[in-house]
Ligand binder design. Structure first.
Ligand SMILES: Cc1cc2nc3c(=O)[nH]c(=O)nc-3n(C[C@H](O)[C@H](O)[C@H](O)COP(=O)(O)OP(=O)(O)OC[C@H]3O[C@@H](n4cnc5c(N)ncnc54)[C@H](O)[C@@H]3O)c2cc1C
Length: 457
């Protein structure tokens, strides 16, 4: 009987689901799986993207953990593909590799002033408030008025965390440095900008409704944004999700807020629709000072056009939440335009020729691009795994497929890798840190500390 020795790179949901699905797939060969993860903790963006005040979604971690705890997948944490281990290494020791490296960078937004001091990518801010070990510990929230660009769920996450009072985040798993940073925040007004109207947003009703429940935060919406065209009216009438979003926003139009002189909250969250940012103005020191946006309007066929009317709002910081973007991996084809590994249903293709690259597969956000929920990575993994199983004839023939080869290789390179037992140690440590304060956990942030605790050093 043939044996498939598979390497999976990336222990986010896509990588873990791919391993789980392969192990459960009916097949005529044995399987052994090694899962490589650059961080000392698994779960990818579920741990380092999903907002800390969304414990129900963070709960997906329990299902992913059950998969790892079965013990039939070897984990090598704190091992970075491209540095600690290469494609040549994988070819020497495995029959195939699935890349599930996701996306952690921000998409670019090309408007004048966007690189000014005080202008940030949402991904960096999210990584900070979710305690990612590779971003700086400090985040200065010294502006009273801030802008968030984008109308997806990440934009609403960022806006909510900026508007929320730090003490209301205390029951969550946020680390101490994040709580301190938020507590010192001077933010009073968060302005969210979307280029289209309320009927064309990308965020979901649940995320929107949650904003209205924030303590001491008034929601501010503007009547002029609700002059719906036929396409918007049709969307509200026919799409359940749009209908709920519209209902929530309509309620806010009549609720007391700074807009209609009734609001008493110390913080405000403004939603500006039909507003296309065109320039970020700076002060004499080059720091963000204002956002200039153009009013847009529906073009009658589902799109939008500029009206030429420019407006300006004073801001001191800016967060662009216009999408995530994948990163290239050494010796692996990469589509620079879309930020993905070029592939056909998960089978990786050479960059220019569309020829299959034998033995190399992709799944999750690095396969499909950074859209879709955690659940989508499961169907993604099914498709990729099915091809891997069917492609048995084109797998690599490794020179040294022994189980001992990888630990020996990492050891020889001085890589301090962590394993499943190490993850359990870190997990228990974080839970113990939270217990005296009745918190589910407190995240450990510095990488060296995570590694030290994991390795029991
Ligand atoms: C801010 C934010 C909030 C979100 N909120 C929700 C939500 O509420 N609900 C929901 O369903 N979905 C949410 N999502 C989407 C969800 O996180 C993604 O669908 C999912 O995480 C994608 O899974 P993935 O495994 O492809 O990528 P990731 O989760 O990014 O996992 C990739 C893994 O690969 C590792 N890796 C990368 N490069 C290397 C390398 N060179 N070597 C080794 N390892 C590497 C990374 O460290 C990471 O652990 C959110 C996303 C973001 C960005």
């Amino acid at each position: 009987m043939t044996k498939l020795r598979l390497a999976i790179v990336g222990a986010g949901p896509a990588g873990i689901y791919a391993a789980d699905i392969l192990l459960k797939t009916e097949r005529s060969f044995d399987v052994s799986i090694d899962l490589f993860e650059q961080l000392p903790a698994p779960y990818g963006l579920v741990r380092y993207g999903v907002a800390p005040d969304h414990p129900r979604i963070k709960g997906v971690i329990n299902a992913l953990r059950d998969v790892l705890d079965r013990g039939d997948i070897r984990i090598f944490g704190n091992v970075r593909f491209g540095e600690d281990i290469t494609l040549a290494d994988l070819k020497k020791h495995y029959n195939a590799v699935i890349f599930a490296t996701g996306a952690i960078r921000d998409s670019k937004l090309d408007i004048p002033g966007i690189d000014a001091d005080g202008s940030f990518g949402a991904a960096d801010f999210v990584s900070w408030f979710d305690g990612h070990p590779d971003v700086p510990r400090e985040w200065t929230l010294d502006a009273s008025s801030v802008a968030v660009l984008g109308n997806g769920n990440v934009a609403l996450d960022v806006a909510r965390i900026l508007a929320k009072h730090a003490e209301d985040l205390l029951p969550t798993e946020i680390s101490d440095n994040v709580h301190a940073g938020l507590e010192a925040s001077k933010v009073t007004d968060v302005h969210v900008f979307g280029r289209r109207g309320p009927a064309q947003v990308k965020f979901t009703p649940l995320e929107l409704r949650e904003l209205g429940e924030l303590r001491d935060v008034d929601m501010v919406v503007y009547d002029e944004d609700f002059d719906y065209d036929d396409a918007s009216l049709a969307a509200v009438a026919s799409n359940k999700q749009v209908k709920v979003i519209d209902r929530v926003l309509q309620q806010w139009r009549t609720r007391p807020s700074a807009n209609n002189a009734g609001g008493e909250a110390s913080r405000r969250l403004h939603l500006h629709f039909w507003a296309k940012p065109v320039e970020i103005k700076t002060d004499a020191e080059g720091k963000v000072a204002a956002i200039v946006y153009e009013r847009t309007e529906p073009d009658g066929s589902g799109g939008l056009r500029g009206t030429g009317e420019l407006r300006e709002i004073a801001i001191g910081q800016l967060y662009r939440a216009v999408g995530y973007f994948g990163s290239p991996l050494s010796d692996v084809p990469f589509d620079k335009k879309h930020g993905v590994i070029p592939n056909h249903e998960g089978q990786v293709l050479a960059k220019d020729s569309n020829q299959r690259v034998p033995g190399v597969y992709a799944t999750g956000w690095i396969k499909r691009g950074p859209v879709g929920l955690i659940g989508h990575t499961k169907s993604d993994a099914m498709e990729t795994v099915q091809h891997l199983v069917n492609d048995q004839g084109s797998w690599w023939q490794p020179e040294d497929p022994s189980d001992a080869a990888i630990p020996a290789l990492l050891e020889s390179r001085g890589v301090k890798w962590t394993d499943l037992a190490g993850w359990h140690r870190l997990d228990q440590h974080e839970i113990a840190l939270g217990a005296p304060h009745e918190r589910a956990r407190v995240k450990v942030v510095p990488r060296d500390e995570m590694v030290r605790i994991s390795r029991g050093e």
